[in-house]
Design a protein around this ligand. Structure first.
Ligand SMILES: NC(=O)c1ccc[n+]([C@@H]2O[C@H](COP(=O)([O-])OP(=O)(O)OC[C@H]3O[C@@H](n4cnc5c(N)ncnc54)[C@H](OP(=O)(O)O)[C@@H]3O)[C@@H](O)[C@H]2O)c1
Length: 332
């Protein structure tokens, strides 16, 4: 059992223990073989390093935002290992080009996350392509340098959270149909900079806090993942939130901000999403928030189960008719 970090808030410590507990049955079932089990990959490993030798043939994996940055690299590596990757892009030509550039099987589907009609149509198309989804990687995202609103909501919340909320709702039956379906949400250590009090339920248009809008949306991703994990308990499916680390991609293009000298390459940034989506070491791990292949510190807001449940209920109201009925077999 890990030694509690004296500076670690109790919520973080509890979460670490839960993840350790989820991992320990795996070690137990491996028995003597566990001694030979490879150690967790080192921080900074690339997705190719992490997935080398793992056969993903027969698996269907959905990756949103496949035409750029971490999403492209995630798709490239998972397809190279044998998965059929369904890669979404908001621009059909960009999606075709990205899928055409990888070795293996990759199928483009159009998805504009700020348009719930597009999300519903994307899910319908994915359903035709894959009656069973082994992993849904909710990767697409934006960082905005100014206040923008979409459908009455602060745009980063609408795109990064609500669009994925609806997509996951529409695809959850296929995730449950897989032998061990996984929903992976891309979070960020930046969630700690969300507005005081966490999700701004009373003013989701962003008035007064839009300068913290990206952090707010990443907190929403973490809370969504947490509540989904609760609802999936007792099933074969899992939900985890991962952060890729500071990675040089296209995400800062509209902000004027620069990447730190130490920023990772997309090949490194994609390692954690690939690991969570398809590595055998993550089988059965549910409800974790991870970076560098280990549980990561998070703010008290991101471990707040009450806030997570409330966000789920509010998101259901916001999504309205775009949602499919929630499977009766799952907790609500
Ligand atoms: N880079 C980092 O340091 C970092 C750190 C922590 C977490 N993350 C997370 O990692 C994920 C991937 O980011 P990235 O760094 O790879 O960024 P990126 O290179 O900008 O890629 C983002 C992807 O999301 C797509 N996208 C943007 N708006 C969309 C919309 N309205 N509907 C559908 N798709 C949309 C983009 O499509 P277009 O090309 O058409 O815009 C692109 O394919 C994000 O969730 C981000 O929050 C990144």
């Amino acid at each position: 059992m890990p030694t509690p970090d004296a500076r670690m808030p109790p919520s973080i410590h509890r979460r670490r223990l839960l993840v350790a507990a989820a991992l320990s049955p795996l070690a137990a079932t491996l028995g003597a073989a566990a001694v030979d089990r490879p150690p967790a990959p080192r921080a900074g490993a690339t997705a190719d390093d992490v997935m080398r030798g793992i056969d993903l043939s027969g698996r269907n994996i959905v990756v949103t935002g496949c035409n750029s940055g971490i999403g492209f690299e995630t798709m490239r590596v998972l397809a190279a290992q044998g998965a059929h990757v369904i890669g979404t892009a908001r621009d059909a030509a960009k999606g075709r080009e990205a899928c055409g550039a990888v070795r293996g099987r990759a199928t483009p589907v159009v998805l504009e996350l700020s348009d719930l009609g597009s999300v519903v149509e994307c899910a319908r198309r994915v359903g035709e392509l894959a009656p069973r989804i082994d992993a849904l990687v909710c990767n697409a995202g934006i960082v905005l340098g100014r206040h923008e609103v979409a459908g009455g909501l602060e745009r980063q919340f609408a795109v990064n959270h609500l669009g994925h909320f609806v997509l996951a709702n529409r695809l959850i039956a296929q995730v449950l149909a897989a032998p061990q379906g996984r929903v992976v949400s891309l979070g960020s250590g930046n969630h700690r900079d969300a507005p005081p009090g966490g999700i701004q339920f009373d003013r989701l248009s962003g008035e007064g806090w839009h300068d913290r809008g990206y952090a707010h949306s990443k907190l929403a991703n973490g809370l969504f993942s947490l509540e989904l994990a609760r609802r999936l308990r007792g099933t074969r499916a899992t939900s985890n939130c991962v952060t890729p680390g500071h990675t040089r991609t296209n995400i800062l293009r509209s902000t004027g901000s620069r990447y730190a000298e130490t920023a990772r390459t997309p090949a490194q940034g994609a390692a954690m999403p690939c690991y969570a989506a398809a590595h055998p070491a993550m089988a059965g791990v549910n409800g974790a928030y991870m970076s560098d292949f280990a549980p990561a510190p998070q703010s008290p807001a991101q471990t707040d189960a009450t806030m997570a449940a409330h966000l789920w209920a509010v998101s259901e109201r916001l999504a309205g008719d775009a949602l499919a009925p929630w499977p009766a077999a799952l907790r609500d």
